[in-house]
Design a protein around this ligand. Structure first.
Ligand code: ADP
Ligand code: TZD
Length: 566
């Protein structure tokens, strides 16, 4: 009997999983079909859940993860056992490291055989493997526990610091029968899955007193602040206090990049010279130089707002920690802020303004140049021009130079519209994030990809075409990981095929392909692709000598101590 045809007074694991997901408002699943989950996916679809089938579990997992970040509901990825599970695990780990809520739900083989290592089909102790790479991991061993398992997984993913959760469903549990009434009663609707956590009043007072003492305050907003959907609260506080701000990459657009208080074009000066920094939803990890010199000043005092109290003091002492969700914390800040209490000095604002203007002018010369072949700046300017009138577009961005230049050149006007390699600087998120973003927002997506970066998830172009998603993928084709292969070193570790015609990949699946070599053609192709609302791929040929190895993080390449001693 298939999963869909059971008698009225009985239910089974397949039905209970679908019922539990629906009861908790889950309306979309991303995955790859196979034993033992094929019937589960079909049943979910029959029951009105949208299913997106991918070519590789890592992309399905990435789609789920970004869907989670965009919606505050856990994105669901379903995979088969052992290898499918492992493919999805990279996405689960990436979601956890980025604080995105997602569930990886994998089918697994017979416990009795797995635990005695007797060699089952796709045998693996998946729960043990998943545990170190996610926020929580659970296995359901009895059909009457499915409801609890899914409820725990949802709550673990979205409460507190969001993250990835693994849920192991054995083939046996999926097929197990249960009396329908018992099954119904076993389901759990999670009440208030991510409870608000307002800050302690004394922590708010300490933070505001410290900010009030500042001459040169600066706010740094991270993707935790964007996730929190505290757009109004954050903006109101920054505008009332006049504190200049810097957005981390995925917090761009939380306040528009064009906002007069943005200090992005004077980043190093602002971080290096602030006397008090208000850090909200961002960690002092490598992306912020661990809060240490030479970028940071040792004397700078820090107010940190985070939902996770163990984050404080991780890299340097935090003078005013505020535990709470950003929406509640900024609401409390706004309520407690007396007009004029926090006031950046005029000299500070003037100097930031002066340096901004200077740096923007310096960048304009590079940005407006039109070299042939195109370089990163000119190609991104061409894209920026096409996007200027399209603030609804979601931008996905990965690569090295493509990522670093893209972050600086493509302005964001709306919150949560920039999705990129994030905390790990990982390659391979491109097509998964594009599908996930298109799926949950219904809006157009433009994925700006290095040619190497694209390769990690490139086969999902078929997925994009199959679901007819409004995704335009732009490949910065410079024949290599970072720059192109030097002529004197064929088959170098960073080389890729020269002059590859990537646009033909999408043509094979019925999408629109463009091959462009100059900036007007790039702007035109992107404008046309966006207007069509259909899948498109633009192969943008970039100078293979442009950019640098490792982009802006060249200094992270290890140097030989022996060589330095010579
Ligand atoms: P970025 O990469 O943008 O600098 P990070 O990923 O390093 O940002 O930091 C995000 C931080 O936001 C994490 O420390 C996480 O605990 C925190 N966070 C996530 N959601 C919330 C929330 N709703 N309220 C407060 N902090 C949050
Ligand atoms: N593998 C994974 C999963 N993540 C990574 N970050 C890398 C490898 C190493 N890596 C980078 O850090 S960037 C990059 C790799 C392979 C690709 C750079 O080449 P590109 O970009 O063509 O995508 P640019 O824009 O031409 O520099």
């Amino acid at each position: 009997m298939s999963a869909e045809e059971i008698s009225g007074d009985m239910t089974d694991g397949f039905h209970l999983v679908v019922d539990a997901l629906k009861l908790n408002g889950i309306d979309t699943i991303y995955g790859v079909a196979g034993i033992p989950i094929t019937d589960l996916l079909r049943l979910a679809q029959n029951e009105g859940i949208r299913y997106f089938g991918f070519r590789h579990e890592q992309s399905a997992g990435n789609a789920a993860a970004i869907a989670g970040w965009l919606t505050q509901k856990p994105g669901i990825c379903m995979t088969v056992s052992a290898p499918g599970f492992l493919n999805g695990l990279v996405a689960l780990a990436n979601a956890t490291i980025n604080c995105f809520p997602m569930l990886l739900i994998s089918g697994s083989s017979d416990r009795a055989i797995v635990d005695l290592e007797q060699g089952d089909y796709e045998e693996m102790d998946q729960l043990a493997v998943a545990r170190p790479h996610c926020k929580a991991a659970y296995r359901v061993n009895r059909p009457q526990d499915i409801g609890t398992g899914i409820a725990r997984a949802i709550r673990a993913a979205v409460s507190g610091r969001p993250g990835g959760v693994y849920l192991d469903l054995t083939a046996e549990v999926l097929g197990a029968a249960l009396d329908a009434e018992t099954g119904r009663k076993s389901l759990v609707k999670v009440v208030d899955p991510a409870p608000s956590s307002p800050p302690a009043p004394e922590a708010v007072a300490r933070a505001l007193d410290l900010l009030a003492s500042a001459q040169r305050p600066l706010a740094i907003l991270g993707k935790g602040a964007a996730y929190a959907r505290a757009d109004q609260e954050v903006r109101a506080f920054l505008e009332a206090s006049g504190i200049p701000f810097l957005p981390m990459s995925m917090a761009k657009g939380l306040l528009p990049d064009e906002h007069p208080q943005s200090a992005a074009a004077a980043r190093s000066y602002a971080i290096g010279n602030a006397d008090v920094v208000l850090l909200a939803g961002a960690r002092l990890n490598w992306l912020l130089s661990h809060g240490r010199p030479p970028l940071w000043n040792e004397g700078t005092k820090i107010v940190q707002v985070d939902i996770s109290p163990t984050e404080f003091d991780s890299n340097r002492a935090i003078a005013a920690p505020v535990v709470g969700d950003i929406k509640s914390v900024f609401a409390a800040f706004n309520a407690a802020l007396k007009p004029g209490k926090v006031k950046p000095s005029g000299a500070w604002l003037d100097e930031i303004g002066r340096r901004k203007t200077q740096n923007i002018e310096r960048m304009a010369a590079r940005l407006n140049a039109d070299p042939s072949p195109m370089n990163f700046s000119s190609a991104l300017r061409a894209i920026r021009n096409a996007l200027a009138t399209q603030p609804d577009v979601y931008v996905v961005n990965e690569g090295a130079n493509t990522l670093d230049f893209g972050r600086n050149i493509i302005d964001m006007d709306k919150p949560r519209h920039r999705l990129d390699s994030g905390t790990w600087g990982v390659m391979g998120i491109g097509m998964g994030y594009a599908v996930g973003a298109a799926a949950v927002t219904g809006k157009p997506v433009v994925a700006i990809e290095g040619d190497s970066a694209f390769g990690f998830s490139g086969m999902e172009i078929e997925t994009i075409c199959r679901y007819e998603l409004p995704v335009t993928t732009i490949i910065f084709n410079n024949n290599g990981v970072y720059r192109g292969d030097p002529a004197d070193r064929p088959y170098s570790p960073t080389g890729l095929l020269r002059d590859a015609r990537y646009e033909r990949i999408i043509e094979a699946f019925g999408g629109a392909g463009y091959h462009v070599t100059d900036t007007p053609s790039l702007t035109k192709a992107l404008t046309e692709a966006l207007a069509s609302k259909k899948p498109a791929l633009i192969n943008a040929v970039i100078d293979p000598t442009a950019g640098t190895e490792s982009g802006h993080i060249q200094s992270l390449n290890p140097k030989s101590a022996a060589a330095q001693k010579k």
